[in-house]
Design a protein around this ligand. Structure first.
Ligand SMILES: Cc1cc2nc3c(=O)[nH]c(=O)nc-3n(C[C@H](O)[C@H](O)[C@H](O)COP(=O)(O)OP(=O)(O)OC[C@H]3O[C@@H](n4cnc5c(N)ncnc54)[C@H](O)[C@@H]3O)c2cc1C
Length: 205
């Protein structure tokens, strides 16, 4: 069985409410090179999510040297060792609770972040990568092992899952959700599935 079921992004109040937001700095961001500043939104304290925020902050620094991690009033995030380490390396950490994101404002910092205390900060753009969710019930029904990032765990060269005979390819089975990667994984999953069929046929001879 091959799974190519895709994924959805977990939608959040914040994620729905602002323009000038990028979920992936390999897809967007270069066109903003040289903006005065930018922000990375942290909203999930799981280890995988905090690691991703730290990585996204580093990628954002390729666009501007003034990068702020927004922890949205969450002490668990502000005190997280990865966020503390980022602060020590020169990233700003803003712990104010966010009320809204609005576009419009000064050139170079067109995104306004309004905080619940009434203060406002402006950024060139904000990066937010919501946790992804597998579409469909198949992985759960088949009892497949899932990674901490929420993808189907695959191993080896041929996209094998934790259950023999089940292969997963594409967005559901990688954090690198891109067409070329999904196509390549689909090809290798097909080769792997056929190899198992051949092995089982030969074993029955
Ligand atoms: C806004 C956006 C922009 C992107 N831009 C780029 C880009 O510029 N370059 C790039 O390389 N990648 C880009 N991507 C990523 C790219 O679209 C994905 O990596 C790629 O489509 C993954 O293919 P897939 O087959 O794994 O999943 P999908 O394309 O999501 O296909 C999964 C399919 O399974 C179907 N399905 C789900 N559940 C069931 C079910 N229960 N029964 C039957 N069918 C089901 C779905 O309807 C869907 O058709 C972008 C993604 C988004 C969302």
């Amino acid at each position: 069985m091959s799974l190519v079921q895709g994924y959805s992004r977990r939608r959040t109040r914040l994620a729905d409410s602002y323009p000038l937001s990028f979920h992936c700095l390999l897809c967007h961001g270069f066109e903003e090179f040289g903006v005065a500043n930018a922000a990375v939104l942290a909203d999930d304290s799981s280890a995988a999510a905090v690691d991703l925020v730290a990585y996204l902050a580093q990628l954002t620094r390729q666009t501007t040297t003034n990068v702020t991690i927004l922890t949205n009033g969450r002490p668990d995030l502000e005190e997280n060792s990865k966020i503390v380490a980022a602060k020590a390396r020169g990233f700003n950490v803003d712990s104010r609770e966010i009320k809204s994101f609005q576009s419009g404002g000064s050139a170079g910092s067109p995104l306004a972040v309004e905080f619940t205390d009434g203060s406002v900060a402006r950024f060139g753009f904000v990066v937010h990568h919501p946790r992804t969710i597998l579409r469909g019930p198949f992985a759960q029904q088949l009892g497949l092992e899932i990674t901490s990032a929420g993808d189907i765990l695959v191993w080896g060269m041929f996209q094998e899952t934790s259950k023999r005979g089940v292969f997963a390819a594409g967005d559901c089975a990688t954090p690198l959700k891109q067409v070329a990667i999904g196509m390549g994984a689909g090809v290798t999953a097909g080769i792997g599935a056929n190899s198992q069929i051949v092995q089982e046929d030969i074993a029955r001879w």
